[in-house]
Design a protein around this ligand. Structure first.
Ligand code: SAH
Length: 234
């Protein structure tokens, strides 16, 4: 069984969107993964097909109704479905490459995309939703966040990324940002490629890349070094 994503959204037209192109799109066409969208509005309970209502306690905006969302989730992910149920949410755990790897190793994901002010808390609690954030900023809806998550997961699936090895040395895989890259021409606007990269000396090149990765990570993301597992710390 390959990775199966079910996305619950008010805007199914946004999918596959960018996931229909390039690596992810080829993987979709070749059935390395599959994608189903579920229109939340189809599970509304009234003739106006409303999915949201005013917040209890007052205040601005609208909140997505627990009853409508529960019907949509129970349809997309009936009891016995072992896939994790995710809610895209700025309040969630920030998405990491480690979580992306776990998801890619599993059977798929059921992904709820919020809109308006968010969703009724009782839905999150009763359906055991794992809240996942793509960063400390506010999007207008969960759809772009779901696309980000799926893009990161799908490229790790067997048969999707051309060069299987090219996943291993990337930023975050060793709690390090990646070293800088260069390619032809040898000289660009007077700036040459660093000598060591032309040396053909593999050990020196590896050492240089490691140094550069350490330097960049210290400068830009000291938090990654602090959070490094002890086993990797020198
Ligand atoms: N009122 C909420 C923001 C709602 S934004 C708050 O202040 O926390 C509307 C929807 O967009 C959310 O329900 C969520 O599904 C999605 N969203 C917005 N920012 C996001 C982020 N950084 N990561 C993941 N999903 C996000």
């Amino acid at each position: 069984m390959s990775f199966h994503a079910s996305v619950l959204t008010l805007y199914p037209e946004m999918f596959p969107g960018p996931l229909g192109l390039s690596l992810a799109g080829r993987g979709l066409a070749e059935e390395a993964w599959s994608l189903e969208t579920v229109q939340i509005r189809d599970f509304a309970l009234d003739r106006h097909r409303s999915v949201d209502d005013t917040p209890a306690g007052g205040g601005a905006g609208m909140v997505m109704r627990a009853d409508v969302l529960a019907r949509a989730i129970d349809h997309a992910s009936p009891q016995g479905d072992s896939r994790p149920r995710l809610l895209m949410s700025p309040r969630g755990q920030p998405l990491t490459q480690a979580r992306v790897r776990e998801l890619a190793a599993g059977p798929g994901a059921v992904i709820l995309c919020g809109r308006f002010e968010g969703v009724d808390q009782r839905l999150i609690d009763t359906r055991g939703l794992e809240e996942v954030s793509v960063g400390d900023f506010i999007l207008s809806g969960g759809e772009p966040a779901a696309i980000v998550l799926l893009d990161a997961v799908v490229r790790l699936l067997p048969g999707v990324m051309g060069n299987a090895q090219s996943g291993d040395e990337e930023s975050f895989e060793n709690s390090l940002l990646e070293h800088p890259h260069y390619t032809r021409p040898q000289e660009f606007e007077g700036v040459p490629i660093p000598d060591v990269l032309n040396s053909g000396h593999h050990a020196k090149i590896a050492a240089w890349r490691r140094e550069q990765a350490e330097r960049l990570t210290k400068e830009r993301r000291p938090d990654l070094i602090a959070a490094r597992p002890q086993s990797v710390q020198k």
